[in-house]
Design a protein around this ligand. Sequence first.
Ligand code: CAA
Length: 705
Amino acid sequence: MPELIHYDVRDRVAVLTIDNPPVNAMGPGVLEGIEENIARANGDADVDAIVLIGAGTTFIAGADIKIFGTLKTREQSLARSEATHARLKRIEDSSKPLIAAIHGNALGGGLEVAMACHYRIIAPDARVGQPEVMLGIIPGAGGTQRLPRLCGAELAIEMCTGGKPVSARKAADAGIVDNVAGPDLLHDAVAFATAMAMSGEVRKTRDLSNKIADRDAGVAACTAARASLAKTARGVKAPFKAVDAIEGAFTLDFEQGSARERELFADCVTAHESRALVHMFFADREAAKVPDVPRDTPVTKIERAAVIGAGTMGGGIAMAYANAGIPVLLKDVDGAAVARGIATIRKNYESTVAKGKMTREAMDKTMALITPTTTYDGFDQVDIVVEAAFEDMNLKKEIFADLGRLTKVSCILASNTSTLDIDEFAKASGRPGQVIGHHFFSPANVMKLLEIVRGRDTSKEAIATSLALAKRLGKVGVVVGNCFAFVANRMLAYYMREALLLLEEGATVPQIDKAMTDFGMPVGPFGMQDIAGIDVGWRIRQFLKSIGKTRAEGPQSEVPDRLYEMGRYGQKTGAGWYKYEQGSRERIHDPLVDEIAAKEAARRGIQRRAIKDDEIIARIMTALANEGARILEEGYATRASDIDAVYCYGFGYPRHVGGPMFYADSVGLPTVLEHVQQYRAQFGDYWKPAPLLEQLANEGKTFNP
Ligand code: CAA
């Protein structure tokens, strides 16, 4: 087994280097190795002080997340936490000064180890954080007790409930670290250790009391945090448990507070929320792995970009590039169209500035990266073009033929199409290896999904470049095959089909939306359509009719067409699935929609009935899982977790539920199959079980291995 901790002595300082690539996570042997080497340094007559530092790009990025899946019961979790707490106490009891030298990230258990050291020095660009809530858990190695002792209640709560890391400067100002190093962290850490050895001072974080002395203020901060989380942390429990644990730092002694933390950690780690979020952590990263595109595939460096089409999507895509610091040309057919696009972009940034989320200076700098144009001038300089023009095959063929002639040979030619076959216009470019789908989700500067559509001839380099670029744009890139509607919209079609059929069968618009928001969706299917525009959906349906396709198999509800015919396009016209007061976005139930649904039901001979919320969830989730299974067996997604990532990041499906395929796994595939069979008997053959679902259910397997 490779040595996880290296031991060197430098100027009478023992330097312990943690070497567990890629991120020095605390897998088996790491913490044990740290403890053993600290004991060795304490017994080494040539050593006066100890520095703990990470090899590679980072300090410790936390516990090894894979371990959480092995903690099946509270008892297992408690036993593990007790052992970790005891080990960290023994580390803290080092009689020689112990200094953590932090570069890269000290996250989760990594920060907890650093806090069990006596002092901390940090590289200027490093970050520290307690991101456990992102995994549905709370700090489980004393973090909720040591962090408030260093920085007080407010920041400890902010870090443990929000999960966002803080900068070196902020950590130093708050007292989490003692020093910010210069360019040579190890040099400064050794000098710091030598100074501490001379002073002979050993400061144990667990004995600090200054920042937790005001018990009432600490408890009040926790009460206020709970009230604020009640509004923002919908459907999740971990942030509340983190507050409960931090409160213990103010109301209990260190031992009791630590015991409480262990109990609360055990509650979290065994819950569905954590299982789902851990699944999504790995889903995000697995998505970047395409079996036949090796990690060392060469990538094109993207230094300049161009976007064709300055409408809603094109403008949002240009913003995504500019936000990542990449200069981008934004082209449309005439000056008025580009000006409209730029004005919308400016309005979006203005509103971000007004909310205090961006400075005016940053806005000006970012806007300056977007250059409006009506010509192809400068396209010979760009490394990627994203076409976001109208969904018209002939138009796209023309554009791609132009791009094939005008851009450099290495330029990636991407299309934001959501409905057209990219292989068709790839041919027109004369360089089909460079052509790839980059399907963004609205608003493109916000939604995290980038569906990367691989055409028949798309090169491995274009795929690898797209994946690297997605990360740079702050997106999760998922590579999918070139099937009709790709993966995200193909799944969405089944989600919407069921929502509409449930409406015709007797559920109401607010009932269905509420069932889905209670489930965790940020907005229900009808609320979502009122935002996106019922006219947009209508236009897509007309287009699909013209090419002889429907969005999903099975009956096509015509209720949306009736709304369209009445000019009810959604929020923008003051009425859609809901009614809206002038200037308000509050959704008001409109009985007229129920009447329209009832008429449509009668026309199609549907007997209306009362529908329970459970049926709404089961019908919608079963439809998603069954279609997901088809996508998988047809090979349009590489793995089930890719479909989970697509659905979570494209449509805001709750990560803490884990994505539709993970949800199906947790319900149990035999149950899902039973539902499909029951619906088939009840509604008709369009509810055919996907063969893969049948196979996995019969074999007692799951979608996600
Ligand atoms: N455990 C196991 N594997 C981890 C890991 C961890 N804590 N952190 C990262 N990895 C793995 C990733 O899965 C990935 O593996 P593959 O290359 O095989 O896909 C690899 O390390 C690199 O990770 P990224 O692709 O994310 O690399 P990055 O450079 O973009 O980001 C990072 C690095 C900021 C450290 C990021 O990986 C990250 O945020 N990691 C998670 C940190 C975290 O949540 N820590 C808390 C853990 S819980 C805990 O510590 C509980 C406790 O109290 C004891």
